[in-house]
Design a protein around this ligand. Structure first.
Ligand SMILES: [Zn+2]
Ligand SMILES: [Zn+2]
Length: 118
């Protein structure tokens, strides 16, 4: 991992900003591989993301705070992870990816979280 450090440095500002590309997690340092079937929006290991979107993938939000997973819910299609931004407090939801840290997601489902919509 450290041998690739120089190569990654030029992308420091781009972590989390690219859709469906591999990146190094700015929170836990995990090398997150490409997601083949959809756009990757959070770390598969610690599930953290960065607050850069207004709508998923638009990269229009300049907040840049760390979105920490606070809960997860299961629906017909799979798991949805609920995040809270450490910086601005906004609540975001994202679909879990196939290779996400499942034990952590299960743990999060045990933490009930209510939003205005449910
Ligand atoms: Zn991570
Ligand atoms: Zn934010």
């Amino acid at each position: 991992m450290f041998s690739r450090r120089i190569r990654y440095n030029i992308y420091d500002m781009a972590y989390f900003k690219k859709n469906d590309n591999s990146f190094v997690c700015a929170v836990c340092g995990h090398s997150v591989g490409e997601l083949k079937y959809s756009s990757r929006d959070h770390c598969s290991e610690c599930l953290c993301s960065l607050h850069v979107d207004n709508l998923p993938g638009d990269r229009e939000n300049g907040c840049g705070g760390v979105l920490r997973p606070v809960s997860a819910i299961r629906n017909q299609k799979g798991f949805v992870i609920i995040f809270r931004c450490e910086k601005c407090g906004e609540i975001k939801k994202n679909k879990a990816a196939e290779d996400d840290n499942m034990p952590l997601i299960i743990e999060l489902t045990a933490k009930p979280f209510k939003t205005d919509k449910n």
